[in-house]
Design a binder for this molecule. Structure first.
Ligand code: NAD
Ligand code: UGA
Length: 477
């Protein structure tokens, strides 16, 4: 095993998604002596990772293109040749998606582990010699047991042995490269000290020793679910207070600033908004709720379910306020949706509050004009499937097609002639745009619904529109 530590030359990651791609790129950058292979069943995704045009990478993250430029085809390789990568690697990260199960036992809550299981079987079949298998995906507690049990059923060719580690990823989208380069902590869970030390050695190339935490497998798996649950719980807490502010005359930004100054609480994750989106918070909490109920901890499950309930309620609340302010009727009205990504700095729309708010508005018969600086129209089509997309915006000027939508990457085109603008993502583009110019071509009486507190209330008061800001109880309208 000592020799193994010194001879680890090649690692691979199964799953070239939002986590697999950036994580391996950062390992390749910091460990030039390691050969890093990222493999995926999706040829389309791998082709994008190999694209010469770096604006076509499948993941948008600030600084990622520069790292890819420096490492790709030097010590970082993207391919669909999964079997070869497994055969040749001494360490294999599993970074595939772990969505919520759609049917059967635990549907709507439990993690669907089919992708994890399928690549574990492949590893079991194709690996040679000693292989360290690292759980990078977010997994239910005790999944390592399942992985170990599948790996133990391997044939005995090539003197295969395995050890399993848990090494959950804590990066946030939009800040992924900085989070990977300067993590708050790196968590390694496992039973085999030699394997732990091999993985630790990789991270020590750029992460200080004191930031590397070593725990049992189960603590590591649970810490990841619990971290996401705690973060989401703060957002639901401040969002519940945002509603209270609106009825009581308080201002949620002032309240969150006051709360966050307490060092025991801290200022982060106290920004109220249209609710948390992203691929993980909801699914990870649902998974936690499922596990709590499975182990007979109903009260604990109910507590965490409340975090999701408040999140859904917040989105519904915002939609109802929009309808109410527009005289209770939005059928045939034009509404600009500013921001479709689940947060700024990313092109990801998974579980974006913009999807649920847009669908509700479309179902009421509104015509939506959507703008986002990073999200592609093709993605919005997938998210709003079932609602017709109007390509030719000149049609819209003649007659409104109720319950349908169009897209523009120009904010002035998007806001032309609309009855209302709903800001759903906190892009700087919306802070810095010429709101006076926008105010000239709105249909009066017009409304701006600022669900992210992007605009400066004192400045917008000068312009010719009504302004509603989430969590601001001082509004007179
Ligand atoms: P993703 O959907 O972007 O990528 C997963 C990739 O795995 C896809 O490209 C898919 O084609 C591939 N895949 C699935 N099954 C495969 C198989 N059998 N063989 C080869 N490739 C396969 O997902 P993601 O956002 O990168 O998330 C991956 C995991 O990391 C999830 O468990 C998630 O909860 C966790 N996580 C995500 C984030 C995030 O910010 N997105 C952060 C931390 C942790
Ligand atoms: C989150 C966690 O922050 C990461 O640590 C974790 O690794 C990741 O989930 C994961 O497991 O997938 P991410 O979803 O990328 O990262 O982004 P966040 O910055 O956490 O934002 C999530 C949502 O909460 C966004 O919709 C954001 O707008 C919202 N949010 C965040 C608020 O409404 N208020 C806040 O104060 C912070």
């Amino acid at each position: 095993m000592k020799n193994f530590q010194n001879t680890i030359k090649k690692i691979c990651c199964i799953g070239a998604g939002y986590v697999g791609g950036p994580t391996m790129a950062v390992i390749a950058l910091n460990c030039p002596e390691l050969e890093v292979h990222v493999v995926d069943i999706s040829e389309e995704r791998i082709n994008k990772w190999n694209s010469k045009d770096l604006t076509k990478l499948p993941v948008y993250e600030k600084g990622l293109d520069k790292i890819i430029e420096k490492t790709r085809d030097i010590n970082l390789f993207f391919s669909t040749n999964i079997d070869l990568a497994i055969e040749e690697s001494q360490m294999i990260f599993i970074s595939v998606n772990t969505p919520v199960k759609q049917s059967g036992i635990g549907a709507g809550q439990m993690s669907d582990l089919r992708y994890v299981e399928s690549c574990t079987r492949r590893i079991s079949d194709k690996a040679k010699g000693h292989t360290i298998v690292v759980e990078k995906s977010t997994l239910p507690v005790r999944t390592a047991e399942t992985i170990k049990s599948i790996l133990s059923c391997t044939n005995n060719e090539y003197e295969k042995t395995f050890s399993v580690l848990s090494n959950p990823e804590f990066l946030a989208e939009g800040t992924a490269i900085n989070d990977l380069q300067n993590p708050d902590r790196v968590l390694i869970g496992g039973e085999d000290p030699d394997s732990i030390s091999v993985l630790e050695k990789i991270y020590l190339n750029w992460v200080p020793n004191h930031k590397i935490i070593k725990t049992s497998l189960w603590s590591s798996e649970l810490s990841k679910l619990a971290s996401n649950a705690f973060l989401a719980q703060r957002i639901s807490s401040i969002n519940s207070i945002s509603a209270f502010c609106e009825v009581s005359g308080a201002d949620v930004n002032e309240v969150s600033q006051a709360i966050g100054k307490d060092q025991r609480i801290g200022p982060q994750f106290l920004k109220s908004g249209p609710g948390f989106g992203g691929s993980c918070f909801k699914k990870d909490i649902l998974n936690l709720v499922y596990l709590c109920n499975y182990f007979g901890l109903k009260e604990v499950g109910d507590y965490w379910q409340g975090v999701i309930n408040i999140n859904e309620w917040q989105q519904d609340r915002i939609y109802k306020i929009i309808v109410d302010k527009l005289f209770g009727n939005i059928t045939g009205k034009k509404i600009a949706i500013c921001g479709f990504a689940f947060k700024s700095g990313t092109n990801d729309t998974r579980e974006s509050p913009a999807i649920s708010v847009s669908k509700k508005l479309l179902s009421e018969g509104a015509f939506l004009k959507i703008h986002d600086p990073k999200v592609k129209i093709s993605q919005i089509k997938k998210d709003l499937v079932g609602h017709s997309f109007i390509e030719d915006s000149s049609i819209i000027d003649k007659s409104i097609v109720q319950g349908s939508w169009t897209f523009s990457d120009d904010i002035f085109t998007t806001t032309q002639d609309v009855d209302a603008i709903v800001i759903l993502t906190e892009w700087d583009d919306y802070k810095n745009v010429d709101w006076e110019r926008i105010s000239f071509h709105l249909r009066q009486p017009a409304w701006i619904f600022d669900t992210r507190g992007v605009l400066d209330s004192s400045i917008v008061k000068k312009y010719d529109f009504n302004y509603w800001k989430l969590g601001d109880g001082n509004q007179k309208n």
